[in-house]
Design a protein. Structure first.
Length: 191
């Protein structure tokens, strides 16, 4: 006869996990419906100026005009963004370094890291990562955005560069750094 003592526990864990996935889906759905391309028509069937301005804002988020596509490497606890021999480096925590390293090496742990969980959610809900942008640097802190797309909805999220980079690498998506950040902070990494 099978031991059924752990069976109710497994059902409870499965229910909790299912509930968590449903909640993540609902939150992402609300975010995308709130921030997606929402056309608003006035009585004469023309686009309202507010809707057009919102769409231009979304298009600007997609623009890479003032950005340079970069490669990424990791050296100890330094995340390095580079083009040819010019690069910038930022110090990251050991946990962030592990997340980026596993993405770069295409490895996994027995249990998922946070970036693995987010990657699964992105894949499960058919969300496409368009790109990652390093947008700002203040007091040795770098700021990034991850641009997501689901159907015709675009969402730009503020994020830590290391989190966004780990996801971009996992999904083979481009990473950009603002040109003025590269010109101000880059140094020769080939010497």
């Amino acid at each position: 006869m099978k031991n059924t003592k752990n069976h109710p526990k497994k059902l409870i864990y499965l229910a909790i996990f299912s509930f968590a996935l449903i909640m993540i889906g609902l939150v992402l759905g609300l975010l995308f419906s709130e921030f997606g391309f929402n056309k608003q028509y006035n009585n004469s069937n023309n686009f309202s100026s507010e809707a057009i301005n919102n769409d231009y804002k979304k298009i600007n988020e997609l623009s890479t005009k003032d950005f340079t596509e970069v490669n990424v490497s990791l050296s100890n606890q330094f995340l390095i963004f580079y083009t040819n021999c010019d690069g910038i480096s930022m110090e990251i925590s050991p946990e962030q370094a592990i997340s980026v390293a596993t993405s770069l090496d295409n490895k996994t742990f027995p249990r998922p890291l946070t970036s693995d969980l987010l990657s699964q959610v992105i894949t499960h809900f058919n969300i496409d990562i368009i790109s990652v942008k390093i947008t700002e640097a203040k007091d040795e802190i770098y700021y990034a955005e991850i641009i997501l797309k689901n159907e015709n909805k675009i969402l730009s999220l503020d994020t830590r560069p290391s989190d966004a980079v780990a996801l971009a690498i996992k999904h083979h998506k481009p990473i950009f750094v603002k040109k003025d950040i590269l010109s101000k902070y880059s140094h020769n990494i080939c010497q």
